[in-house]
Design a binder for this molecule. Structure first.
Ligand SMILES: *Cc1c(COP(=O)(O)O)cnc(C)c1O
Length: 376
């Protein structure tokens, strides 16, 4: 049925293949029996296989069993769900927070819930696909502004003086590793009476001493700011969240379809998220190590002649030109025992190797990557 479509993808080198691990997530992974040093995951703090998360999850599984059995609004939640939401709200400095089944599900559900018919959404052109899908599911008109271009955003806001407005942006952009100009966006939201919705998927546990983009810029929470994030990346667990006023969260509980019509996360997953959040709150060593590794890698890549000036975070794209060349480079790195993914359209406009470095990488891991990329 899709033969022709697939053939067309293959012809332009845009066919994708899933490569599953035979090992835990970490700086070294095994795929098809071969070990790689990997720079592909978003496990920024190296928590995905951390014993404290695994033990807390096992304890919760003993107490609560595995399956949640129903959505949160029926009887799918455990007492741990509420505990995690309280902890996340205090971590974010908001009145309230709500756990979703993934970051994807949080964006799709929350943006659909907030995006009423009398609202206009203003979305950065490089926002994550889950934001784009949330905008599509909403009943709101959506205006896309140029990437991080606050002059363009202001021109767009001016055109809609009377409607309810929500500006939506990634805090850290997932493919370029750059940070949104939040202080300027906050100023515009104040001036034009707009709400602000920020996706902290790659900011939580990474910038602002792990607390995200607002502490990063020395800004506090505001009742008109909604923070969204995920437990699946730096926190090494699984799930998503939205944090804001009690009223915003109550509205989401009543209207977010991805929350209402989907079974709750198992309690053991929530227990792992709780353990990760406690680690990030109490111990900055992992975050310090992440940034030391990031600086070491950035210095090495710059010395090797790569222009990485757009990246400000542990996400560092290497521009490798055409799709064919990018695939060739990724293949060459794999031969060298290094797993770093080729990212191609439609995920990005320009193909690239997307490198992510974590706190768990050793100096030798980073040197091995640098040796290999020098030969590209
Ligand atoms: C990964 C990602 C998500 C989705 O989070 P999951 O927990 O993986 O579903 C949402 N927004 C951004 C910016 C992301 O990078």
């Amino acid at each position: 049925m899709f033969e022709e479509h697939l053939a067309r993808l293959r012809k332009v080198n845009l066919e994708r293949k899933i490569r599953d691990r035979e090992s835990p997530q970490g700086p070294r992974i095994v795929i098809h029996g071969k070990e790689y040093v990997q720079f592909a995951s978003n496990d920024y703090l190296g928590l995905a296989a951390d014993p404290s998360l695994v033990n807390k999850a096992a304890e919760a599984m003993t107490r609560f069993g595995f399956g949640a059995g129903a959505s949160r609004l029926l009887c799918g939640g455990s007492s741990l769900h509420g505990e995690l939401e309280k902890k996340m709200a205090s971590f974010k400095g908001t009145e309230s927070a709500l756990v979703f089944n993934s970051g994807y599900s949080a964006n799709v559900g929350a943006i659909q819930a907030l995006g009423t018919a009398d609202t206009v959404l203003f979305s950065d052109e490089l926002n994550h696909a889950s934001i784009i899908d949330g905008c599509r599911l909403s009943r709101s008109a959506t205006i896309v502004y140029r990437h991080k271009d606050t002059a363009d955003l202001e021109a767009c806001l001016k055109k809609k003086p009377s409607s309810r407005k929500i500006v939506i942006t990634d805090a850290v952009f997932s493919m370029d590793g750059d940070i949104a100009p939040i202080p300027d966006i906050v100023r515009l939201c104040r001036a034009y009476g707009a709400y602000l919705y920020v996706d902290e998927a790659h900011a939580t546990g990474v910038i602002g001493k792990g607390r995200g983009v607002f502490p990063h810029f020395s800004l506090g929470p505001e009742p008109w700011i909604i923070q969204m994030g995920t437990f699946s990346k730096a926190l090494g667990s699984f799930g998503g969240f939205v944090a804001g006023t009690a009223e915003t969260i109550e509205w989401a509980v009543n209207t977010a379809r991805s929350l209402i019509f989907s079974t709750a996360l198992p309690a053991c997953v929530i227990a792992a998220s709780l353990a990760a959040l406690e680690l990030v709150e109490s111990d900055s060593q992992r975050i310090d190590r992440l940034w030391r590794n990031r600086e070491k890698l950035a210095r090495g890549l710059t010395a090797a002649g790569f222009d990485i000036s757009g990246s400000e975070t542990p996400i560092i794209p290497l521009r490798t030109g055409s799709i064919e060349n990018t695939l060739r480079v990724a293949g060459y790195l794999r031969e060298q025992g290094i797993f770093a993914p080729a990212i191609r359209p439609p995920a990005v406009r320009e193909s690239r190797i997307r490198i992510t470095v974590t706190a768990a990488h050793t100096d030798e891991d980073i040197e091995r990557l640098l040796e290999a990329v020098k030969k590209i």
